[in-house]
Design a protein around this ligand. Sequence first.
Ligand code: H79
Length: 474
Amino acid sequence: MKRQVTILIIFATLALWSLSPVVSSQSTAHHPPAKLNVKDENEVDETKAHRDERMRWWREARFGMFIHWGLYAVPAGEYKGQRSTRIGEWIMEWANIPRVDYEKFAAQFNPVKFNAADFVRVAKDAGMKYIVITSKHHDGFAIYDSKVSSYDIVDFTPYRRDPIKELAREAKKQGLKFCFYYSILDWHHPSQYVDAPGKDPTAGNRTTKMKPGAKAEYITYMKAQLRELITNYDPAVLWFDGEWQDWWTEEDGQDLYRFVRSLKPDIIINNRVGKGRQGMAGLSKTDRKYSGDFGTPEQQIPANGLPGIDWESCMTMNTTWGYKFYDDQWKSPQTIIRNLIDIASKGGNYLLNVGPTSEGLIPQPSIERLAAVGTWMRTNGDAIYGTTASPFTTQLSFGRATSKGQRVYLHVFDWPAGGKLQVPSWGKAIKRTYLMTNPRAALKFSQSENGLSIDVPAAAPDPIATVIVLETRG
Ligand code: H79
């Protein structure tokens, strides 16, 4: 009996450590795992080994596609002649559009050009390993076939079909993981209303009020939709958002986390299910245990990675998530590729967004950029997939590094003049070094306690990022 208790405590401690992105052990000491060793049917108990197994594909993947697709693609950033620098999927908020008027966009949402196989092919050719699509954004509109709501693509649009069924099937067919975004904030649900000066009570707003007594009913509705999503499409990740409402608590988040895991035990859930995230920086707070499996920096890359903590930076290619026809502030392929490398060098994933049109097409500038990333990844993917963060204690002056097994990959952004690349020492002896594009041609190098000097070609083989492989001893 005593031994069982000891084992239980060890497992509970491991489970807490693995579930909660706690950096210092101090906070765990002050907040013992009060609930985690309590067995009830909803409890998600997990060892570190179990969690590592559950997170394995996600950690190896490093690169995914975010898809923001919904009714907001119809106005595409313009309402009654009004445009905005704000994000397209928030038009119901910034143009102060009442529910009854916003609903009218549905009559024009007819994505007849949508082709699931093409979507997945574009992601796959870019080197992406998973797809996360908005099942329901803040506007409350479901782009899948929901039986618990008529505010969905099948019941409310002339399209009358479920594009998500095809997308989920295609993703699996082509070997990508299929995942859902789901907004807790809901501008359409009768439980919520806006109480802000100059605002229509049924428009969108950053925060909504919860009608007294309506929360339980709304949670039942969310759970019914989540059950549909999990049962009918088998997603690998649930990516929550809109959790910053004052009516949503960490306890609600933990309950929802357990609910989703109970429907699919090996699913992965982001930290926005509860109240752990630190604003747009997105990593989880450490003052107590929070629900969720990974941190979610938004439109930013943490200055330093956090060892042992899973996180994913989500970013746009222009300045909006949902399609805006006039947003032409596209990032260059170089910026996008270097962001991917920068994130991998810090131990994170990159979730890169596309915002399809209401016809069902990914904008051409996005297609072009994804193709450029794909070209780079076909040559250099080994230096991204399944890697962990840079082994160097400081950021390299010439670029970034990733590591995997006995290899360190140098991603050179700024090619050295004079044919020698100087690499600081990090305590490991080098056996062999070569360009990723030419493994048979070893590069000459010399190693001293000051570091490594590698003889490299005079000109940069790849001006965006040239990968040099270091094979280490031990
Ligand atoms: O779906 C996309 C956006 O529509 C949604 N998240 C991405 C993935 C989003 N982007 N910006 N916002 C939502 C605005 C939210 C901003 C804030 Fe906050 C809410 C600022 C203050 C409250 C975030 C949450 C930062 C602190 C808490």
